[in-house]
Ligand binder design. Structure first.
Ligand code: M6R
Length: 627
C-alpha cells in the first residue's frame, strides 16, 4: 500500500524523503513523487514506475527549503501513471494520501458543479481540492484539515503543506498508519518507522482521528476537534542496519535465512528452561472486560492461565500467510488443549455476522499489525465482548495497540512482501500458546509439555539443516519453472503448509498453484494431474503418513511428477518421487516449521529464475491497510 514520508529539518528534504520512500518500497507501489519547498513554493516532481525513475528526475534539482512531503502510490482509483501519482497540488496546497475516500463520487460531483477541474483520476486529488477551498476561508492549514475531515468517508491518512505557511506540515490519521519521528531539530513523519530509524529512534504513534501539527522543528498532536493531546514518545531499539540486505541478493532470501533466529527469538521470552514449562511472559490478558455474564469469571481470575482456562471457544482470524498460521493453530489447539477452534479469513469474518459465544477468545494474527480487515475483525470481536489476543511482529501497530493480550513474533523487520520469518515465528508462538492453554485446562501432563517444548527448542538448529536445500532449489529452478502448475498436498497440521507453499509460488513466480488436503485429491484435483503438473507432497512421518502415501501413489499413477518431503532417509518416498527431500525427525507439532522452508525456497528460486522482482511482487503490498 502507499507509503508516506514528510520531513522538516536541516538535511536536504529530497534525500531524507527519497531514502524514506526507499525503505517503504516493500509496501508495494507503482509510482512516486515529492513536493519540496523551493523559493516560496512547493515544487512537485513525480514519476511512474520505480523510485529510480523519480530519483533520475530529481538529480540536479535544487531545493532550497527545509520542508517536503513524498509518496509511493499503490493504485486504487485511476491507473498507475505520473498524472495520478502524488503529491496532488491545488492552489498552493500539496497533499499525499494513503487509503480510500469512499464518498469519492459524491465529492467529485459536488466539486465539479462548483467549477473544479481535475488533473488526475484519483480520490486523493479531491481532498486537495477540498483543502484548497477550505484554506481560503481559514487562512490556516491546520484549521482547514479540521474542516475537511467531517466531509470524508473511508480510511485515509494524509500529509498536507501549504505555500502560505512554509514551515507547517499537517498530518492526519484515520486508518493507515502514521508515525512521527522526533529528532534533534528535525521531524520525520512516515507510514512506518522503517523510514525514520536512520534519523531518530524517538517515535510518536498517531491514533485514528488525531492530527499532528509540525511547525518548524516542533510538533503537537491534537484531536480532530483541536484539543491538545499528551502523547507518549517511545524509544525504539531498532537501528537502520536491521533493514539492510546484509550481502543477500534479496530481502526475502535474507529473511528465509534469518528464520532459525526468528523462531528462537519468538520462543525465548516464554519458556522457563529450569522447569521446562511455558510461561507466556508479558502476554497481559488483564484488561477489564465489559461483557457481563460472559466474562465476569474471567475478570475475577488471578492470572492469564486462569483466565485462559475458562475459554470455551477460540476464533483465529487473519489474512493470507497469517491465516495459514492460524490454521496450524487450529490443529494444535484442538489436539493439545481440546478447545474448539474456528478459523476465519478476516474479510469474511467481519461481514458474515459471526456468532461469538460467551467465553470466547479471539486471536488475531498479523505480521504488520495494520491489515485493515484483521483490524476490523478485532474491533468486531471486542464489541461482541470476546477476550482478544493479538500475535503481531510490529509492536505498537494498530492491532497490537487495540488487542487486550499480546504475543510478539520478535522476527525483526520483515521487508520482503512475501512473509517468511514472521510465519515461522508465529508457528512457534502458536505451539507455545497451545501448550499453555492445554496445561491451563489440564489437557496435558508436565511430561507431555516437556516433550513438546524440547521439540520446539530443537527446531532452530533443525531449520539450519533444512536451509541447505537453498542450493538444491537454485539448481532445480530452471527445470521446475517449466511445469504448467503445482499442486501442493498434505494432511493434518501440514495441510495449511501446503496452502502456504502454493500462495508463495503464486505471489512470487506468478504460476498457478493450489494447496490441497491430500485426502481431497480424488474429489476433483486428480483430474488436473499429468506429466506437466508438479506435485509437492508434504509427508513427514506422523499419524497421517500411511494415508498420505496412498495419495502419493494415486498421483504417481496419473503421471504427476512428484517432489516429496519426508522424515529422514525414507525409501518408500524416494521410490515414489522424482525428487525426495529429507526433513529432520521431529514432533508432529513442529513439522510445519521445518516443512515450510523448502516450499519458500522453491518459490523464491523459481521466481528469481524467471526474472521476477522477488521482494516486491507485482500488484502486491506488504501492509494491506485498505480492505
Ligand atoms: O501483515 P499481515 O500478516 O496481516 O498480512 C496478511 C497478508 O496480507 C500477508 O500474509 C500476505 O498474504 C503476504 N503477501 C504473504 O506472503
Amino acid at each position: 500500500m502507499c507509503g508516506i514520508v514528510g520531513y522538516y529539518g536541516p538535511r536536504a528534504p529530497k534525500d531524507v524523503i527519497l531514502d524514506g520512500l526507499k525503505r517503504l518500497e516493500y509496501r508495494g507501489y507503482d509510482s512516486a513523487g515529492v513536493a519540496i519547498l523551493h523559493d516560496g513554493e512547493f515544487k512537485r516532481v513525480r514519476a511512474s514506475g520505480k523510485l529510480s525513475e523519480l530519483a533520475k528526475k530529481l538529480e540536479g534539482e535544487p531545493f532550497g527549503g527545509r520542508l517536503g512531503i513524498g509518496h509511493t502510490r499503490w493504485a486504487t482509483h485511476g491507473v498507475p501513471s505520473e498524472r495520478n501519482a502524488h503529491p496532488h497540488k491545488v492552489e498552493g496546497v500539496s497533499l499525499v494520501h494513503n487509503g480510500i475516500i469512499e464518498n469519492y463520487q459524491e465529492i467529485r460531483e459536488e466539486l465539479r458543479s462548483s467549477g473544479a477541474e481535475f488533473t488526475s483520476d484519483t480520490d486523493s486529488e479531491l481532498v486537495a481540492h477540498l483543502l484548497a477551498r477550505e484554506v481560503r476561508g481559514t487562512n490556516d492549514l491546520f484549521a482547514a484539515v479540521q474542516g475537511v475531515i467531517p466531509k470524508l468517508k473511508g480510511a485515509y491518512s494524509i500529509l498536507a503543506v501549504w505555500e502560505k505557511q512554509p514551515e507547517v506540515l499537517v498530518a492526519f490519521k484515520n486508518g493507515p498508519p502514521l508515525v512521527l519521528g522526533v529528532g534533534d531539530g528535525e521531524i520525520v513523519v512516515a507510514s512506518d518507522v522503517q523510514a525514520i530509524v536512520s534519523y531518530t529512534n524517538k517515535i510518536v504513534y498517531l491514533e485514528d482521528f488525531e492530527i499532528a501539527l509540525v511547525q518548524g522543528a516542533s510538533y503537537g498532536v491534537y484531536s480532530d476537534k483541536g484539543e491538545p493531546l499528551r502523547k507518549p514518545v517511545h524509544t525504539l531499539n531498532w537501528n537502520a542496519d536491521a533493514v539492510e540486505k546484509a550481502g543477500f541478493r534479496h530481502f526475502m532470501l535474507k529473511e528465509i535465512y534469518e528464520q532459525p533466529r526468528a523462531v528462537a527469538q519468538a520462543i525465548a521470552p516464554h519458556v522457563d528452561l529450569d522447569r521446562m514449562t511455558v510461561r507466556l511472559a508479558g502476554v497481559g490478558m488483564d484488561v477489564p472486560y465489559d461483557r457481563l455474564e460472559a466474562v465476569d469469571a474471567l475478570k475475577d481470575s488471578e492470572n492469564t492461565a486462569e483466565r485462559l482456562s475458562l475459554v470455551e471457544r477460540v476464533f483465529v482470524i487473519a489474512c493470507g500467510t497469517s491465516f495459514y498460521a492460524g490454521q496450524v493453530a487450529k490443529y494444535l489447539i484442538e489436539s493439545l488443549a481440546k478447545v474448539p477452534v474456528e478459523t476465519d479469513i478476516a474479510s469474511e469474518f467481519r461481514y458474515r455476522e459471526p456468532v461469538i459465544p460467551p467465553r470466547s477468545l479471539v486471536v488475531v494474527i498479523s505480521q504488520s499489525g495494520e491489515t485493515a480487515d484483521t483490524l476490523a475483525a478485532l474491533r468486531l470481536a471486542k464489541r461482541a465482548g470476546a477476550m482478544t489476543l493479538s500475535i503481531c511482529n510490529v509492536r505498537r501497530s494498530s492491532i497490537d495497540r487495540e488487542a487486550q493480550g499480546h504475543l510478539y513474533m520478535n522476527s525483526g523487520a520483515e521487508i520482503g512482501v512475501a512473509s517468511t520469518k514472521a510465519f515461522v515465528s508465529t508457528l512457534a508462538l502458536v505451539n507455545l500458546f497451545s501448550l499453555f492453554l492445554a496445561r491451563a485446562r489440564g489437557g496435558i501432563t508436565a511430561d507431555q509439555e516437556r516433550r513438546h517444548l524440547e521439540a520446539l527448542l530443537a527446531t532452530p538448529a533443525q531449520m539450519e539443516a533444512v536451509l541447505s536445500y537453498d542450493k538444491w532449489f537454485a539448481e532445480a529452478a530452471e527445470r521446475l519453472k517449466g511445469y504448467r502448475g503445482v499442486l501442493y498436498m498434505a494432511r493434518g497440521v501440514n495441510f495449511p503448509i501446503a496452502m502456504e507453499g502454493a500462495l508463495k509460488l503464486k505471489e512470487l513466480a506468478y504460476m498457478h498453484a493450489e494447496g490441497y488436503a491430500a485426502g481431497e485429491m480424488k474429489h476433483g484435483p486428480l483430474a488436473l494431474i499429468d506429466e506437466r503438473m508438479l506435485i509437492v507432497m508434504v509427508a513427514p512421518t506422523d499419524q497421517h503418513y500411511e494415508k498420505t502415501l496412498s495419495n502419493l501413489e494415486e498421483a504417481r499413477a496419473r503421471g504427476g511428477h512428484i517432489i516429496s518431503l519426508g522424515t529422514g532417509d525414507n525409501q518408500e518416498l524416494k521410490r515414489l518421487s522424482r525428487y525426495y527431500l529429507s526433513l529432520p525427525k521431529a514432533e508432529w507439532t513442529v513439522n510445519p516449521i521445518l516443512a515450510v522452508i523448502p516450499l519458500q525456497l522453491l518459490a523464491y528460486h523459481v521466481a528469481d529464475n524467471l526474472g521476477h522482482d522477488v521482494d516486491q511482487p507485482r500488484n502486491l503490498a506488504k501492509s494491506v491497510t485498505v480492505e
